[in-house]
Design a protein around this ligand. Sequence first.
Ligand code: ZN
Ligand code: ZN
Length: 235
Amino acid sequence: MKHYSKKMLEGLYVGERLPIAQMALRLECTPLTVMRHMRKCGIVARSASETSRRSCDCVEILRRYDSGESVSSIAKQMKIGRRRVISRLKEHGRKIRHGAFYLVGKKRAERGLEWRKNISLAKVGLKNPNWAGGKKEENRRIRASFEFKIWREEVFGRDDWMCQKCNVRGGRLHPHHIENFCSVVEKRFEVENGITFCEDCHKEFHRRFGRKGNNSEQVMEFCDESHKHQKRLAA
Ligand SMILES: [Zn+2]
Ligand SMILES: [Zn+2]
């Protein structure tokens, strides 16, 4: 097996901000191998939202906004869409100021400092919508982790990238936890505890059985039905 040094991997992932798939092409191996090596070296994966975002423009947008610039002006100056500006600001817990704020014109400078202080206080702790500590946040982190990505790939691979309910291969696949993800913590990353469903079948499953306390009986019932259905069709 080839050896990839931490420095080399970091150079590509952190330095060049390449996605895993691109790294795999560059290193002539599979994405899974890249992820394994990165995990071994202790390089932390970017979350999905981070991947789609250019972090440099966040800093610039926040700096401009916090010094009183309007959304439209930022969009114009930075040559990006207003929507993009607004969504970045919201992600960072900023309340979007509207027209009335700018009408007071000169007063803006006077309240600048006080207002900025309030903004930074509002970002602290519980008030910050980006507060990392809730259950949702924890689940999101796990789903963005290497362990989860590897688990998912392994489940898909074992099932030959085929939905185990409708037997369609490829497309939008979801890994489903047979024993519930939240309640059976120790099986979260066990390949045997995963099953491949397509997006539609996965939705259908949870429509019928809900999202809490899911178990293997439900999966058997769900998949068994389609096999009976196929036998009927074949007969
Ligand atoms: Zn399906
Ligand atoms: Zn599921």
